[in-house]
Design a protein around this ligand. Structure first.
Ligand code: ADP
Ligand code: MG
Length: 247
């Protein structure tokens, strides 16, 4: 018990000092080519909203995968929620990932299930009680504007609606951090804005939000922190930043 308390205290100290997400000189190389992430250092504090931008191939998705612990760093260290991800044991990874909600460009829904089931599923795998699931799922679906669509099969929904389902699924377990890798990549401008506005609301309610995007117009309008990557390196990191064009 005392050992566990000490560990939590250490984690809280790292969070206080360095942020909820903390990379120190992190590189990630695949078997071929130059490093996808190259000696990157980054601190993201609790409650921040951060855009990650940069040309295709600049290492943005690799960064997201490092945070999800789908990949491990070739060198340097990654701490998330005060935990050194290199020290996570395999059996600890599912529990670690409960701290994170994730949304992707291609939604990744269970297309043979309805909206309700897609969201409830995320709660069942962490063994939330049936009664709580029946309370939580409608609440989160209302938050993303999908009250009344519970029974629709996800493949019958528009892209914007599908991304809302994905967002509800990412949020239903109340993660500390939401990671979104090009969440509006398959959406028209109107739906892109609606998703970004939802991400902003989620952030305002306390969740730390990291959004990889190519949407220049939205980045420039929202006046958030903007981290620009090029060839695995951060070339710019600005509060209330703008989208930096490469050419
Ligand atoms: P972005 O998301 O910014 O487009 P990625 O992180 O996907 O960039 O890719 C960064 C670099 O790493 C690219 O050069 C890409 O080709 C390479 N890369 C990504 N995934 C792999 C992989 N699984 N195996 C080998 N190279 C990869
Ligand atoms: Mg990518």
């Amino acid at each position: 018990m005392r050992k566990k308390e000490l560990l939590i205290q250490q984690q809280n100290e790292i969070i206080e000092e360095h942020g909820l997400i903390y990379l120190e000189n992190v590189s990630k190389s695949y078997s071929t080519g130059s490093p996808a992430v190259n000696n990157m250092s980054l601190n993201i504090h609790r409650g921040e909203f951060v855009f990650i931008v940069g040309d295709s191939g600049s290492g943005k998705s690799t960064l997201i995968k490092l945070l999800l612990r789908e990949l491990t760093a070739t060198s340097g260290r990654v701490w998330v929620m005060g935990r050194d991800l290199a020290k996570l044991k395999h059996r600890e990874i599912p529990k670690y990932r409960r701290n994170l909600g994730v949304v992707f460009q291609d939604f990744r829904l269970l297309n043979d299930r309805n909206v309700y089931e897609n969201v409830a599923f995320a709660q069942r795998i962490i063994e939330v009680s049936p009664g709580e699931i029946r309370r939580n799922v409608p609440t989160i679906l209302a938050t993303v504007g999908l009250a009344g669509k519970y029974k629709a099969k996800t493949r019958q929904l528009s892209g914007g609606e599908q991304q809302r389902v994905a967002l509800a699924r990412a949020l239903v377990n109340n993660p500390a951090i939401l990671l979104a890798d090009e969440p509006t990549g398959n959406l028209d401008p109107k739906n892109s804005w609606e998703i970004m506005k939802l991400l902003e609301e989620i952030n305002a309610a306390g969740t730390t939000v990291v959004v990889v995007t190519h949407n220049k117009e939205i980045v420039n309008a929202m006046q958030k922190r903007v981290v620009t990557m090029r060839k695995g390196v951060i070339i710019s990191d600005e509060e209330e930043g703008t989208y930096i064009d490469e050419d």
